[in-house]
Design a binder for this molecule. Structure first.
Ligand code: FES
Length: 106
């Protein structure tokens, strides 16, 4: 079961146990992580599950697709490593993944 490290904007760190095949957003919501609101339920249409993927993990996580890209483009906090956590599917290669949450989700 992969462990994901989620660091809130205030520096609070959470270790989240995630199931292979579920989204990172769902894993965070199930463990009630503050800062992942996921208002649209994971349909890539709200942007409230925004995370910054640690640079060391970008190759494993991969890039946003053509549906996620426009949502990220609308977010003023977008930076290198920005992804919507509902579009990240957990698998064993993400064991140890580190993501940080933006200021607006604090
Ligand atoms: S949960 Fe709405 S975009 Fe991810």
């Amino acid at each position: 079961m992969p462990t994901i490290h989620i660091i809130e904007y205030n520096g609070t760190e959470h270790e989240v146990e995630a199931q292979n095949g579920e989204s990172l957003m769902l894993a965070a919501v199930k463990q009630m992580i503050d800062g992942i609101d996921a208002d649209c339920g994971g349909s890539c249409s709200c942007g409230t599950c925004h995370v910054f993927v640690d640079p060391a993990w970008m190759a494993n996580v991969g890039e946003a697709d053509e549906y996620e890209e426009p949502m990220l483009d609308m977010n003023p906090e977008r930076q290198a490593g920005s992804r919507l956590s509902c579009q990240i599917t957990v698998n064993d290669t993400l064991d140890g993944l580190v993501v940080r949450l933006p200021r607006s989700q604090f």
